[in-house]
Design a protein around this ligand. Structure first.
Ligand code: ASC
Length: 172
């Protein structure tokens, strides 16, 4: 913006230059702060390990609730309502990455069914999480079309991805 002002324009209205300089500093500061937040270890965003455990369980629970509502319609247990499927799939998709910020250090002990393998086989765990999110994203795309057959097709792989992770990484 400043660059586009000629010297005479800047002279006539110096506040433009001042405002733009201030704005640039503000944008820079905001970028630095958000960069720092993104760089923080995930666990540091929770006060205590038990807060992280509560958070991830809550996120899984909300995801499962809305995924389940999609399933009820995909399986014909509840009459098909394209708008409701789309809304529920959207919420489940939004929730799907959230639990994974809450498996940080020290969150392996406490009120959790997470197996030690979550941490000892971290790459495998992250891959399983990514697979679920990928399939959920496909389900969300199908839900947006409102096509029940497409929704049915996309539903199964999400459930399989949930199960695959539970089988290996969750107790019971
Ligand atoms: C659900 C739900 C899960 C998965 C899993 C699929 O609806 O709450 O945890 O599907 O049961 O096997």
């Amino acid at each position: 913006m400043i660059e586009k002002l000629s010297a005479s324009e800047a002279f006539i209205n110096p506040t433009i230059v001042v405002e733009n300089a201030g704005m640039k500093k503000l944008i820079l500061a905001a970028a630095v702060v958000s960069g720092l937040i993104a760089a923080l270890p995930a666990a540091a965003q929770f006060q205590k390990p038990e807060d992280a455990i509560k958070y991830r369980k809550a996120a899984f629970n909300v995801m499962a609730t809305h995924f389940g509502r999609v399933g009820a319609m995909a399986n014909g247990r509840v009459p098909f309502d394209a708008k409701a499927v789309a809304q529920n799939a959207e919420i489940a998709t939004m929730m799907s990455p959230l639990p994974y910020s809450a498996f940080g250090e020290g969150t392996d002990k406490g009120d959790t069914k997470a197996k030690p393998e979550v941490w000892t086989e971290g790459d495998k765990f992250r891959a399983a999480a990514a697979k679920m999110q990928e399939e959920m994203t496909k389900l969300n795309a199908a839900a947006k079309t409102g096509n029940l057959d497409a929704i049915k097709t996309a539903f199964g792989p999400v459930g399989q991805a949930c199960k695959a992770c539970h089988d290996h990484f969750r107790k019971e």
